[in-house]
Design a binder for this molecule. Sequence first.
Ligand code: SF4
Length: 112
Amino acid sequence: MTDKTLTRRGFIGATAVAIPVTAILASRTAAAQAQKALPHLDPADPVAKALNYHLDVTKSDMSKVSGFKAGSDCANCIQIQAASGAFRPCGAFPGKLVAEKGWCSAWAKKPG
Ligand code: SF4
């Protein structure tokens, strides 16, 4: 085995690693841009009203909201689909972003 062989193998190995990493980063960037392009869920939306969606549990009087549990919000709901962000996709409202401080009657605690 020559130094030239090692160098070639090193280059091929580095390329084999770099291509998937680049693809993953491009995919994450595309997903983040797609997420930003989605509209925010309007609490006046008929489906949002039907599920009693509130935009911010810290600013609403949630004591009179049926089914609301203190400490629950979209950020700790099993339906939220992104790890961070003030507005994120939600499985209950496809094509819309919900507020991390929001809440609706479909709330279920995220495991963990
Ligand atoms: S299902 Fe969960 S994440 Fe979606 S709006 Fe309701 S509480 Fe928020």
